[in-house]
Ligand binder design. Sequence first.
Ligand SMILES: [Zn+2]
Length: 447
Amino acid sequence: MLIFKDAKVVTGDSTTIYERATVIIENGVIAEVTERFSEPAEHDAKVIDGSGKVLVPGMINHHAHGVVNGPIFASAAEPLGMPKVIEQLDRNLLQGVTTVLNVDGFCTMDEVKETQRYHPINIKACTMHTPLNFTAADRLDAAGLRPEHRTMTVEKMLEQGAVAIGEIGGGHTLGGGGQDYIYIPRAIKKATGRDIDSFQARKLKLAVLGRFIEESACDIELVAAVLAEIGLDDCLTPEAAKQIVVNTVLPSVSVTLDGYREAANEAIRFNVPMIAHNAPTSMKVVHEIAAMGMKRFIAAHSNYLYTLEESIENTRKLKQYPGVIIDAAVHDCFGEKRLVSSPLNLLAFFKEDLADIVSTDYAAGKFDSMLLAFEEGIKLGKIGLAKAVGLGTKKVADAIPGLAPKRGLIEKGYVADLVLCGDPQISLVDTVTLAGTVVVQQGKRVA
Ligand SMILES: [Zn+2]
């Protein structure tokens, strides 16, 4: 028996907070939540003092990359390797995440099972094993694909336990963030021997292809100015730079957009949720699919890469379609600020009640925690504590039914995946339990 005593309990149902309650766990499951608690007769009960702290359900991070040792991203790039995957899983766990959904949809369930042997966090999987999505990966990278990936299908993956179709599209194949931090710097390095960072790559890309990734948007004078600014004007002409960016970014874009339609048909055929990369390049196709009337269509990181006004307008339009679920991603807007430099959009999504669910996404592996995003939103008066916690727990479990059954809520009968954290600093994670087993203590992994 494990007992969290006298904590402020936020149940995850988006409304309920017990200012001072005790949660009793038996056999990995919540046996009781009570405001009137007397010491147990049982001597072997472990009691954790929750006074001055907040107890929440473990976060369900439904948009994580690199948490399974298999092909990563929609580009099916080389796996990170198990040590780095474990780092990613630890980062999640220490941020108070107890379930992760790997949205790198080319992984197999064997790779999920193998990774799960190395880490106690609950790992779930997506599938994107459709012909056009393979083609898109082939046009950009596909270094991580082996025969067992290529012969896998959506149907087989779902039979073996995948819980959603996704992530369809991505920063790599659609000319987004993945191009900025991997493929454009790599192509520039190959052509010139010089290193550029993701900000420089993005500036160059925007000058060549504009925000909606179209060759017609090229502003060759701006390309020249960017080359001068990032110190490449001595080794690249604007035309040469343009060709490098075009050849790196565009081949996978149109086939990826067709891959959305193909995946949407699969999601409808099998009646499973679909997670779609939602960014300016995919905006039109995302609306097209939203109008198809899918039961659960998750528009991923809807706050990302858009201007504030665009993201709000686009999201309001999407929300008019039944079945659309809006995800807001944290990225690294509080910490590293390398992929997303400001939390403005995310905070507006809290304030305007646009986010249905929240995730971290990847941000080159340096994502901030969902709890930190909630803490900041609460501190600035954009959202309340109960509602915020719901966006990372029960609402996520409801959005993707196979992801975290009987999890995401502090209520009798639910699995005891719990997080004890600071009050009001909920991003300070003290204790984490997985099915009632303490795996993090005083912010450090103990099991
Ligand atoms: Zn994405």
